[in-house]
Write a protein that binds this ligand. Structure first.
Ligand SMILES: [Zn+2]
Length: 158
């Protein structure tokens, strides 16, 4: 078997993770302010933010316009390559199966999500769909991300 090429480092400190997740939460708040489901995402490569995005499904009238999809496209454009092996995606809610599939195609190096999504999250339906070398962490700012989602949907039901 040929040796697999080394993955670029996607390591980061807990302080970095918290800082980038806070940026993703700002994106989620921007989505909420625009009456979009409040999910935000930030793509980081080499200690630099290369994409910031939030859910745009209402504005674009496009069910595929999830924060992660926007972040993948913007990061690939910024970096000039379709594979995001050296990138970490910070997202406020566990990706859905569509986004997890796209993150697999992009071979994103690491995914960090804040709060799980028991109804729509990829882990329920397709826990093995990510790229085998993608690492996943979760739980950073989980309470804040979940509270933002809950207050958004509570307000919608009224
Ligand atoms: Zn999604």
């Amino acid at each position: 078997m040929p040796p697999t090429p080394a993955m670029p480092s996607v390591s980061s400190t807990a302080a970095d993770d918290a800082r980038y997740m806070r940026l993703a939460m700002q994106e989620a708040a921007a989505a909420a302010a625009a009456d979009e489901v409040p999910i935000g995402a930030v793509m980081v490569a080499g200690g630099q933010v290369v994409a910031r995005a939030h859910n745009l499904t209402e504005r674009l009238t496009d069910v595929t316009a999830h924060a992660e999809m926007q972040a993948i496209t913007a990061a690939a454009t910024a970096l000039g390559g379709k594979y995001l092996t050296g990138c970490t995606l910070y997202v406020t809610v566990e990706p859905c199966t569509m986004c997890a599939g796209a993150l697999a195609w992009a071979q994103v190096g690491r995914i960090v999500y804040a709060t799980p999504d028991a109804k729509r999250g990829y882990r329920r339906y397709a826990p093995a769909c990510l790229h085998p070398r993608t690492t996943v962490d979760h739980g950073i700012m989980a309470d804040e991300a979940a509270a933002l989602m809950q207050s958004f949907f509570r307000a919608r039901r009224q």
